[in-house]
Design a protein around this ligand. Structure first.
Ligand code: ADP
Ligand code: MG
Length: 300
């Protein structure tokens, strides 16, 4: 496309809330035949909420909530906010004054897995099964069953371990965006296949994918793993657009032929992307590809 055509197209994109950073992204987008979607905050609304709390034997609700609040208060993760809110409310219900939140020291973020730290002389971990496994926290069959039940309902289980034992869990739900299924199906009609990549567990990821009509899923991937999946697809000849919102998506956004960030996403993702979808609407994945096709093929 000529510089003028590129200018016209980027201007048109901007007026529709599709920010295209330069001609290269615009040129490449017309060739996209595979769109890889992040799950949380991209296919889902990204406002997770806790639907239930589980307490395991030998632990009290107070200590579960105290430890959870202490750890999650420092996390930026959307899942952490949901868990934090819920644990705070439960604390108050059980009589703990709101101002008495215990302090955490040696706080650590484990990207795509959870958080950890020390509260007084006790160690706390809040996150997924992978986090628990990596710290050798045992999970008996009862706990495994409760987790599996939760995940089959398309919910994510956020586990809390205190001193190396699972004390409880929070079931978190995050509904899919209303347009997600329509977009996947429209992309399909354009000859473009959709794939989900997520740090969340296989069972929850598969359940969500089913709701939006995505058949190919890569779950339990860390941020670099997401980028590797993109490179893998490219090495098999695919031209890949990655759509994501989180810091954890930025390596994949960079690796993709076209990185698309959700406007409401983190700054890091927005910087890593070639195209920003200001309206946070997945329909604009189609708008962007369409705009590129029309510019390259000079149709109006
Ligand atoms: P996604 O790829 O779906 O956007 P992430 O890679 O950010 O998700 O996180 C993957 C999983 O790690 C989450 O589904 C959650 O189970 C767990 N996780 C990450 N950070 C936290 C946290 N601060 N608190 C609880 N769980 C967390
Ligand atoms: Mg995300």
């Amino acid at each position: 496309a000529t510089p003028t055509a590129v200018m016209v197209a980027t201007g048109k994109g901007a007026s529709q809330g599709v920010l295209i950073k330069g001609g290269n992204a615009l040129e490449k987008a017309h060739k996209v035949n595979t769109v890889v979607f992040d799950k949380t905050g991209t296919l889902t609304i990204g406002r997770p909420a806790v639907v239930s709390a589980m307490l395991f034997p030998e632990f009290s609700m107070e200590e579960l909530c105290d430890m959870t609040v202490a750890a999650e208060v420092n996390s930026e993760h959307p899942m952490a906010k949901a868990v934090l809110d819920h644990a705070k409310k439960l604390r108050q219900k059980h009589g703990s004054p709101p101002e008495h939140v215990p302090d955490v020291v040696d706080f650590e973020v484990h990207p795509g897995a959870g958080v950890g730290g020390k509260v007084g002389d006790r160690r706390v971990l809040v996150g997924n099964k992978r986090l628990m496994r990596s710290f050798n926290v045992p999970m008996g069959p009862e706990i495994e069953n409760r987790i599996a039940e939760t995940e089959q309902l398309a919910r994510t289980c956020v586990l809390v371990a205190i001193d190396g034992r699972v004390a409880g869990a929070f079931a978190v739900t995050d509904p899919v965006k209303p347009e997600a299924e329509r977009v996947v199906s429209y992309l399909h009609s354009m000859g473009i296949s959709s794939i989900m990549v997520t740090g969340d567990n296989w069972a929850t990821a598969t359940a969500i994918a089913k709701q939006v009509g995505i058949q190919k899923v890569f779950a339990e991937t860390d941020p670099l793993g997401k980028a590797d999946k993109i490179k893998d697809l490219q090495s098999k000849g695919a031209t890949v657009a990655m759509v994501g919102d989180g810091i954890n998506d930025s390596p994949a956004l960079v690796a993709a032929d076209v990185g698309m960030a959700i406007g409401a996403g983190t700054d890091v993702a927005i910087e890593a992307a070639d195209i920003v979808l200001i309206k946070n609407n997945l329909e604009d994945v189609i708008t962007a590809i369409d705009l590129s096709r029309k510019t390259i093929y000079r149709i109006r």
